[in-house]
Ligand binder design. Structure first.
Ligand code: G3H
Ligand code: 13P
Ligand code: NA
Ligand code: ZN
Length: 328
């Protein structure tokens, strides 16, 4: 059934678990997520970025999600728009039937330039007013995502601030968060606590302090009734990096957010955990390995089935680690 983010996250908060929110662009990702959710009996949040709409086309994307709901009627599914850059974009997604939207007012409409606070409040407040009138949930964002190690926002071509960020921008201020939530009435708030988008988050192996966990605790203590969202939450599995590089890829040494640190965040109010890169790495590794080992094979279903398997295993592991399993 199609369900709002608010309904899912209220349940997650009541029972103290987190829900991975996976980006979807194609059939294989959608199947992997649903098969994993079915296998573990987990609620689903799937999200579509502007890039996803450009790749698949909005109607295909919409029907992909509706098809998932039809095939798995017993699994609650939230259809979320990721990183909307204006109230108008959020409005279009609401008209398309999304049950939840993100108004990312931490950046201007270009999705690159950090905005000022009043702009963020204004676009987010307007989006909430419109969305709530339609029974749709809203996620806002306060602070700029950036790696505390590198000071970089991450991905070149995705959503994210340009250039090097300073520490202040990269950590959401608890007092400002309280004011923001009071003024905008968002259902969930994405916070900047040391993560960044993409595969290149950290250059050194994690030592347990990847996330600004103290800051998460402070924010949660200040706004205990607001569901917190962590973007840039891929763990960048080292086994898949090794497979990619073994079979002709060339990805340098890089690290993500350890699953156990995310689990710690979930103990302190994090309810939605955004993951895209991990599924990209797994599917690329699976394709490279399959084609290298089966050089005469040319039926796309053969190697795409391998990607579904690879992504499904990651989804199952996250549903279980975050405590979502058993809560559909
Ligand atoms: O926010 C970043 C997500 O990973 C979506 O990436 O904009 O390349 O689809 P994308
Ligand atoms: P990753 O790049 O870490 O998977 O983050 C995805 C994300 O935050 C989508 O909004
Ligand atoms: Na989002
Ligand atoms: Zn994001």
């Amino acid at each position: 059934a199609l369900i709002t983010m608010r309904q899912l996250l209220d349940h997650a908060a009541e029972f103290g678990y987190g829900i991975p929110a996976y980006n979807v662009n194609n059939l294989e990702q959608m199947r992997a997520i649903m098969e994993a959710a079915d296998h573990t009996n987990s609620p689903v949040i799937v999200q579509a970025s502007a890039g996803a709409r450009k790749y698949a086309g909005a109607p295909f994307l919409r029907h992909l999600i509706l098809a998932a709901i039809e095939e798995f009627p017993h699994i609650p599914v939230c259809m979320h728009q990721d990183h909307g850059t204006s109230p108008a974009i959020c409005q279009r997604s609401i008209q398309l039937g999304f049950s939840s939207v993100m108004m990312d007012g931490s950046l201007l409409e270009d999705g690159k330039t950090p905005s000022d606070y009043d702009y963020n409040v204004e676009v987010t407040r307007r989006t909430v007013e419109m969305a709530h009138a339609c029974g749709v949930s809203v996620e806002g964002e306060l602070g700029c995502l950036g790696s505390l190690e590198t000071g970089m926002a991450g991905e070149e071509d995705g959503v994210g601030a340009e250039g090097v960020l300073d520490m202040e921008q990269m950590l959401t201020d608890p007092e400002e968060a309280a004011d923001f939530v009071a003024k905008t009435k968002v259902d969930a708030l994405a916070i900047a606590i040391g993560t960044s988008h993409g595969a290149y988050k950290f250059t050194k192996p994690p030592t347990g302090d990847t996330l600004a966990i103290e800051r998460i605790k402070e924010i949660h203590a200040r706004i205990p009734n607001t569901h917190l969202v962590m973007h840039g939450s891929s763990s960048v599995p080292q086994d898949w990096l090794a497979i990619i590089n073994e079979y002709g890829g060339d990805i340098g040494e890089t690290y993500g957010v350890p699953v156990d640190e995310i689990v710690e965040g979930i103990k302190h109010g994090v309810r939605k955990v955004n993951i895209d890169t991990d599924l990209r790495l797994a599917s690329t590794g699976a394709i490279r390995r399959y084609l290298a080992q089966n050089p005469s094979e040319f039926d796309p279903r053969k190697y795409l089935a391998e990607t579904v398997k690879a992504m499904r295993d990651i989804c199952i592991a996250r549903y279980e680690a975050f405590g979502a399993a058993g809560n559909a």
